[in-house]
Design a protein around this ligand. Structure first.
Ligand code: 5GP
Ligand code: MG
Length: 181
């Protein structure tokens, strides 16, 4: 798929594939043959989740948790909906998210899952934005560090669009505006 004229490609399909393979290699090395429960943070982790689990060969279950913190490019208070959470009591849980930005989402979802009593909990993200973190906790597995810019594609959205781009692109500042009321 060609990049629309207004975006700058940050990671192309080939780079993403290599990064996700690297991530999967780290996850396989950590858990070896142990069964795991992979919990994806919806909706942004959808594409990574689908690609990552197909590169893992231990027995695994998949669950979802919904967390939302953006409207367009504006942050709003984080809301977490655990209704689709699988049973994690006594399980080795791998939390998967699209991007680690300020870190608040991951920290809150980690706290939620910890409160449910997993045997262990680690986290994996596709992207980490340089210099943005406001929390001590960092993900255990990170595929790419990127500059501080608003990115879309490979699951990441702007106003629910662009999740289906097979690459990761930065929206140029003049493309970022509030959705019409
Ligand atoms: P945090 O709580 O770490 O600041 O933000 C994490 C969540 O905000 C991510 O799961 C993602 O949904 C959203 N987010 C943060 N940065 C970006 C970005 O550059 N692009 C998009 N589309 N979402 C982002
Ligand atoms: Mg998210």
């Amino acid at each position: 798929m060609e990049a629309p004229f207004f975006v700058k490609v940050v990671l192309n399909q080939e780079q993403i594939r290599a990064g996700v393979e690297r991530l999967a290699g780290q996850v396989r090395a950590w858990y070896e043959e142990r069964p795991i429960t992979v919990v994806g943070v919806m909706t942004g982790s959808l594409v990574l989740l689908a690609d990552l689990i197909r590169l893992l060969d231990m027995p695994l279950k998949v669950g979802l948790v919904q967390a939302a913190s953006y409207e367009g490019t504006n942050r709003r208070p984080l809301s977490i909906n655990p209704d689709m959470m699988p049973d994690v009591v006594g399980h080795d849980v791998l939390l998967v998210d699209d991007i680690f930005d300020t870190g608040h989402t991951l920290v809150e979802v980690v706290a939620l899952i910890r409160s449910l009593g997993p045997k262990s909990l680690r986290s994996a993200v596709l992207l980490r934005k340089e210099g943005r973190q406001q929390v001590e906790h960092h993900p255990d597995f990170v595929a790419f560090d990127i500059d501080n810019q608003f990115v879309v594609g490979y699951g990441l959205d702007y106003c629910d669009a662009y999740r289906n781009l097979p690459y990761v692109a930065a929206l140029e500042p003049d493309e970022l505006h509030e959705p019409a009321e």
